[in-house]
Design a protein around this ligand. Sequence first.
Ligand code: PEP
Ligand code: MN
Length: 447
Amino acid sequence: MTTTSDLGDLDAWRALPAVQQPEWDDPEEVRAVTAELAKAPPLVFAGECDQLKERLAEVARGEAFVLQGGDCAETFAGSTADAVRNKLKTLLQMAVVLTYAGSVPVVKIGRMAGQFAKPRSKPVEVRDGVTLPSYRGDAVNGAEFTPEARRSDPRRLLQAYHCSAVTLNLCRAFTKGGYADLRQVHAWNQDFVASSPAGQRYERLAGEIDRALAFMKACGADPEEFHSVEFYSSHEALLLEYERALTRIDSRTGLPYDVSAHFLWIGERTRALDGAHVEFASRIRNPIGVKLGPTTTPDDALALIERLNPDGEPGRLTFITRMGAGRIREVLPPLVEKVSQSGGPVVWMCDPMHGNTFEAPSGHKTRRFDDVLDEVAGFFEVHRSLGTHPGGIHIEFTGDDVTECVGGGQEIVEEDLHQRYETACDPRLNRSQSLDLAFIVAEMYRG
Ligand code: PEP
Ligand code: MN
């Protein structure tokens, strides 16, 4: 049963410091918008969040692997059928490579259908002597460098909700409506094969899958799992007004769930133990993640477990480490050791993107494919040496053929970055680099 005090607790974050929140001009407008969001239908169901929690519990036990990925920042303009299909297709291809070549069930989570808000290292941006507020994601303001675009507009929260609904609807249709059927493994690759070594390598693997499917069918086996895919949505729980407005009491259990996405994570910049974000996340029953950067101490990790998963519920808490390729082998072991000793079940995921960003001479923010690989390799080494489970990867990628990260099979160099540099925030792996990564991670997983 829910009491008013449970509901009141959902607002306890309001009394705490909330960093990285937009400065809205008109509190009245924020109230009107959140009132509207509070009446809006849920984007996901509590039961689906519980199902994902069970899947993540399997990962924590070492029985499955998570693949989480998508744009650094989704945009409203990018919420189109083509863009969503291309991302999903890439995610499905990566998952199939990991499942087949790594022989492990893969839990698929998109950084999709809600990833519209960004924490920023500086509140303002200066260009040619002009200072304007930083772009904080389409849910807050526009990327264009004009005073009008950069004004925080609460009505954008409504548009974020609607774009999330549209995107999630497409994802549900693509994953349940036949497109994700394993017999489509070749079709996902069609526009890709000839031009790319990763596409060709994938095509060979798809051929093997075909033969395996034909064999199983001949034996009389045609399980339901081959015909559709379980797909989950996720984003950073950054804008607390938005997340609070989309929190509902589940009629089955009387417990609160944030129905804006299945999985929510707390970013590296907002994970303060006594801050508003951790407080809010401690109240909702979704599976949640916390990003851990290289300054995290083992005691920080234990305190986060105590705040966010005091009952040790399996699948509830995921630590997403983002240490940087040069640091992971030194900073991850003490964290993993102390957490293992405490006995709290956590999923360990590796975000090999955010610790490896640098600026190219051209001014483009970029990442080296080899650094990404090296961080993942370090992640596997550390977990293998401690006997813990390397549970998954969290990446920024897109289904399009962009030039934002350097290296990979296509050997993109810094001078190429300007060709198709389209990200609204951090540099993403393109489709070919994503597939390259999946093949290599599958090999690492098998050991
Ligand atoms: C992100 O995931 O885009 C991000 C900002 O990550 P972090 O919080 O790890 O810096
Ligand atoms: Mn990012």
